[in-house]
Design a binder for this molecule. Structure first.
Ligand code: AMP
Ligand code: ZN
Length: 124
């Protein structure tokens, strides 16, 4: 069962959000992981041998919109990241990236964390 919370309290449905559509199965994705709170899939334009997007099943616009009421989704994302990293055998490490807002280079305005792995990173 797909559980997708789309700002039920406000009645607002995020019909234009590509990640909400991926979570809902309306747009195909290469799913890597799913639980009640989190959906993860391969990035369509990978920047490393492993490039996975970890997305909360709540339309949180960006890291700037994390509050006491929705921060449990962030915790669940990071629990999922640790599970995915083990599954993908990234035991030597990996990078977690979040782009926040225009100046942060965010292009999809539904909170997500990039897992980048399978290569050695240095600097930024
Ligand atoms: P950001 O630029 O940090 O907001 O990250 C957005 C990411 O979403 C980029 O790395 C895109 O390649 C990725 N992306 C956009 N559309 C899709 C899609 N349909 N399936 C998988 N990844 C996508
Ligand atoms: Zn969304």
């Amino acid at each position: 069962m797909i559980l997708l919370k789309q700002n039920w309290e406000s009645g607002e449905v995020m019909t234009d959000c590509i990640f909400c559509k991926i979570i809902a199965g309306e747009i195909p994705s290469a799913k890597v992981y799913e639980d009640e709170f989190v959906f993860a899939f391969n990035d369509i334009s990978p920047q490393a041998p492993v490039h996975i997007l970890v997305v909360p099943k709540e339309h949180i616009v960006s890291a700037d919109d994390i509050t006491v009421d929705n921060s449990h989704y962030v915790a669940k994302c990071f629990e999922a990241i640790a599970k995915i990293a083990k599954e993908k055998k990234l035991e030597n490490g990996y990078r977690i990236i979040n782009s926040c807002g225009h100046d942060g280079g965010q292009t999809v305005f539904h909170l997500h964390f990039h897992i980048l792995g399978g290569k050695v990173f240095s600097g930024f």
